[in-house]
Ligand binder design. Structure first.
Ligand code: SF4
Ligand code: SF4
Ligand code: SF4
Ligand code: FES
Length: 948
């Protein structure tokens, strides 16, 4: 039988330059100082029996099963808590040890239900296994006395796992996993000795602090904590290593499969981004892949008011191609375009942009990164020379000061947040710059040294004030700047930033951040040791998003916090493959590897490889496509895996644009909001159904491996190939590995990347080439990619979106742990248990002034539109600022966001919308009612075989 248990050395690996040699059962073994005897034994090939120890957790020493004998020492010390010493002589097997271990095991078994044959973990239970290892053959004690299993009640409240205390051996692995790995501290071991029991506070799991990361389930050696999917479907028979398709952390998982059905996703211990940890989305929320809403047959229709007609793949592809050709013949080559997805693989994204450039013959390709991290690309390329984060995640373990700006890692990047919190618990100091009191500001054993609770839209004023303090107080890294940065640009910037108008005292009124607090934060960042900045969409989704990214780079350069572990500028990417979709040439002005289409040499390279002439004019960005569609010059669009109707700002404008198209081809898993305007629907394949790669926020390329066959018969890359062929541009690939080989041939930062190399190394951080054959965890070490770092003037310009008497509040938006992006995947899972609607969060003062009660409906009106949401009153907000998530299409969050955007990249200003909020008894706005009716009409047009 396939074993779900991976080899486990019992205690964590230690890193030390000092080596210790000892003898175990007569065998010499050398290990780093600080290693446990248990781990040293494992290194020597000797498995000491154990129950409470596991290598992902610090040793606890409670079960007494791992006893050993050590020459010169009295008694029988526990090998998991005993640290190696030079010359130690350890004996792991002897008659007294065997007897002791059997005695211990006998006690456990006498208090355990003997229902192995019907237990969900039968065959993969550590207690069962260890009973065999120690040779327990009989239990002398009866089962009549006091025991736990008779009274204990099961807790089945969590939608993904059960807790059956009858089977608990009080080993505390779950408690320690929750503390050490996840950092949530939701579990406790209550009572002592026989009375010991595990509790999730004074409530059930669902109502507790638990965030359903699954670390405790993973750690449990018995069936006490076990996945419902395993209870319902049984144990897996094989597994496939793949990469999570949710956020930009890019966790590696073992997809465990029974037959052709996934029964569990287990975080991969060898995953370089997650080291065996996961969050509720990747670990449990994969059921969407087989949800009944999946559309598995291609469909076409002439008009969006016609019923959909299920057709063969050939007919759908031929129809889409003929429509694109007709539109180009009638309206010109530039009348069509494509949108790539940050949820699709690198190979798929590469193919879509290649199709647009080679088969459509224009550069009208854009990606959803337009609406999230395009300013990161622009800002970091300009200042540092590369459109990507500078560090690997593990770098945070060397940080002394961590700055989190406009990001909410515990919700949006949970596994990295756990790693960051571990570092904070170990003593690193934290600065949070955010309008909202995110969890990191104060949570179990973590507290920010400074929370700069700025007003939305004033980021640049804050970053300038921080840099002003550094420069004017002489805290800058002179020699770093002198040797690593462009001197004239620095001199100019220094004069600019030293101006008293950037002083915290001068900006306090604009930003709302007390000057003394800001000064203290600046001093800590500049002088507190290694300082690392992590930022998110709260930085980029502003009219000055690119300016802010450059301001961050300026601050990192002026303090010398670039180019070594523990420092750097780190964008936390929202979706799984935002980095990759940008790398693959998804922007209308750049070919793969961020090379401008206006460069003749670059065009010649790709043109020769693809056998076409590449247009030298940058194509349309998404907002330009919308405007051109409404204006009548843009008529056809191929959208792969994106829901622009829900995710782009000013929904009514987007709807109008989509309605104007003559041919909208949507390739997706579900009829999403965009597909309701489509003429051709091409069924997509989930991440479980295809091969490819994703690139996470740390530039890490990881394999996505096919676990089950594509439900609709084609993987997404095959669909794009078919469309290209029908357009008259056949591409010759028989496997995604060949697409990656082409990417590597044409892209200098990917030269050394291949599927074989990825299989060998597990994952690779680009650049990967002759200079860095193993990849590049930390960038800009000796010099910046652009040579010298460039300081850029970052003048603060207030957004046009001003509050006034009519719109006195600022609305800002964000994510929640259990839902993901437009929610198309997570809304189709039990994650709705925690968040089944978007709500408006507002400060008690603002609520009281308006007579708004918690849980009641309130109307939100902006200059762009209005919507109705339920209110949540929360002290997390500052007065004057309200907040919502955007995971449900009917919420209409983007009906109220405006068309303002970043000056350099058009990234929408989602984070600042002036609004008024008032109580209402109507649960829907006019738009929401219209939207509801339209959705119902569209549902009715679906073929009968797909009722919803
Ligand atoms: S699932 Fe995660 S958060 Fe919840 S109790 Fe277990 S370890 Fe803690
Ligand atoms: S629930 Fe599992 S991990 Fe936790 S104490 Fe009980 S047996 Fe150990
Ligand atoms: S942290 Fe991100 S990548 Fe990791 S499991 Fe969660 S959603 Fe997936
Ligand atoms: S494994 Fe060492 S005491 Fe439990």
């Amino acid at each position: 039988m396939y074993s779900v248990k991976e080899p486990d050395a019992g205690t964590p690996e230690r890193k030390s330059s000092e080596q210790v040699t000892l003898e175990i059962d007569g065998r010499a073994v050398t290990v780093p100082a600080g290693t446990s005897v248990m781990r040293a034994a494992a290194d020597a090939g000797v498995r000491v029996p154990k129950l409470c120890a596991t290598e992902s957790l610090e040793a606890f020493g409670s079960c007494r099963l791992c006893l050993v004998q050590i020459e010169g020492r009295r008694g029988y010390p526990a090998s998991c808590t005993t640290i190696v010493e030079p010359g130690m002589k350890v004996k792991t097997q002897s008659d007294p040890l065997a007897k002791l271990r059997r005695g211990v095991m006998e006690m456990y078994i006498s208090d355990h239900p003997l229902d192995c044959l019907t237990c969900p973990t039968n065959g993969n239970c550590e207690l069962q296994e260890q009973a065999g290892v120690v040779g327990l053959r009989e239990v002398r004690y009866g089962f009549d006395g006091a025991n736990h299993f008779k009274q204990a009640e099961k807790d089945t409240s969590n939608p993904y796992f059960d807790f059956d205390p009858a089977k608990c051996i009080a080993c505390s692995r779950c408690v320690r996993a929750c503390e050490e790995v996840q950092g949530t501290f939701a579990l406790t071991l209550q009572g002592r000795g026989f009375e010991s029991k595990i509790a999730s506070g004074n409530t059930d799991f669902k109502s507790s602090e638990c965030v359903s990361c699954g670390a405790c389930v993973q750690a449990c050696p018995t069936a006490t904590l076990v996945e419902k999917s395993i209870v319902e479907r049984g144990q897996p028979d094989h597994s496939v290593v793949t990469t999570c398709a949710y956020c930009g952390v890019g966790c590696s998982f073992r997809a465990e499969v029974k037959g052709s059905e996934v029964v569990r996703m287990v975080p991969n211990k060898d995953g370089h981004a997650n080291h065996g940890h996961s969050c509720v989305k990747g670990r449990f929320a994969w059921g969407y892949a087989t949800h009944k809403d999946r559309i598995t047959k291609p469909m076409i229709r002439r008009s969006i008011h016609d019923p959909w007609r299920e057709v063969s793949w050939d007919e759908a592809i031929a129809y889409a191609a003929s429509e694109f050709k007709r539109i180009q013949a009638e309206h010109g080559r530039g009348a069509v375009g494509g949108i790539t997805s940050s949820r699709c693989t690198n190979e798929e994204t590469y193919l879509v942009q290649k199709l647009v450039r080679a088969a459509f013959g224009n550069n009208n390709v854009d990606t959803c990164a337009r609406v999230c991290h395009s300013p990161t690309g622009y800002g970091l390329k300009t200042t540092l020379g590369e459109s990507a984060g500078t560090q690997n995640f593990d770098s945070v373990e060397h940080a002394d000061v961590i700055v989190v700006i406009g990001a909410n890692p515990t919700d949006a990047h949970p596994v990295f947040a756990s790693q960051m919190k571990r570092r904070l618990r170990a003593g690193a100091r934290l600065i949070v710059i955010d309008p909202r009191g995110i969890d990191l500001v104060r949570s179990a054993h973590v507290e920010a040294a400074h929370h700069l609770q700025l007003r939305p839209g004033t980021n640049v004023a804050v970053i300038n004030a921080l840099a002003h303090v550094v420069v004017t107080e002489g805290l800058h890294a002179e020699s770093f700047v002198r040797t690593r940065c462009e001197q004239p640009a620095f001199d100019k910037w220094k004069a600019f930033i030293s101006d008293p108008r950037h002083a915290p005292e001068a900006t306090e009124e604009i930003t709302g951040v007390p000057a003394a607090e800001l000064r203290a934060a600046a001093r800590l960042y500049a002088t507190g040791g290694n300082a690392a900045i992590y930022y998110g969409l709260g930085v980029t989704e502003h009219s000055q998003g690119s300016t802010m990214v450059m301001g961050i780079a300026n601050l990192a350069m002026v303090t010398g916090n670039i180019g070594r572990p523990g420092v750097g500028v780190n964008p936390l990417r929202g979706q799984n493959n935002v980095q990759g979709s940008c790398d693959m040439g998804s922007f209308p002005h750049e070919l793969p590897g961020y090379r401008h289409v206006s460069d003749p040499a670059v065009r010649a390279l790709f043109g020769a490889a693809w056998g076409v002439d590449i247009d030298s004019e940058p194509g349309l960005r998404i907002p330009n496509m919308f405007d051109a569609a409404i204006g009548g010059s843009f008529k056809g669009l191929y959208v792969q895996g994106e829901d622009i109707a829900q995710s782009d700002p000013n929904t009514q404008h987007v709807f109008a644009a989509l309605e104007s198209l003559e041919c909208l081809v949507v390739q997706d898993l579900f009829i999403n909001e965009t597909a309701k305007f489509a003429h051709v629907f091409l069924p997509g394949s989930s991440f479980l159904e295809k091969d490819g790669t994703f690139t996470n926020a740390e530039r890490r390329i990881s394999r996505v491996r096919k676990v089950t066959p594509p439900l609709a018969g084609k993987a997404d890359w095959e669909t794009t190939l078919a469309l290209a062929e029908a357009l008259g541009y056949p591409m010759q690939y028989t496997h995604p590995s060949q697409i990656m080989d082409e990417i590597a041939r044409l892209t200098p930062t990917f030269t050394g990347v291949s599927y074989a190399r990825l299989d060998e190394l597990g994952s690779i951080q680009w650049p990967c080439n002759d200079k860095a054959p193993g990849g590049t965890p930390v960038m800009h070490i000796d010099e910046f990619v652009r040579g010298k770092g460039k300081f850029v003037i970052t003048e603060y310009v207030a957004t046009q979106e001003r509050v006034n008497r009519k719109f006195p509040l600022i609305l800002t938006t964000g994510r929640i742990l259990s839902q993901y992006n437009v929610g198309a995947q997570t809304r189709r899972t039990a994650n709705n248990t925690w968040h089944d609607e978007d709500r408006l969060e507002l400060h008690p003062h603002d609520a009281e002034q308006r007579g708004i009660k918690d849980g009641e409906w309130c109307k939100i009106v902006s200059r762009a539109g209005e919507t109705v949401l339920r209110a949540t009153i929360s002290e997390r907000m500052q007065p004057g600022v309200v907040y919502t998530t955007f995971h449900f299409p009917g919420s209409g969050a983007n009906v109220i966001t405006t068309e303002n955007s970043d000056w350099a990249t058009n990234c929408p200003e989602y984070k600042v919308t002036a609004v008024q909020v008032s109580p209402t008894t109507e649960p829907a706005s006019k738009w929401q009612r219209r939207f509801g009716e339209f959705s119902e009409q569209q549902d009715a047009l679906l073929p009968q075989s797909d009722p919803r």
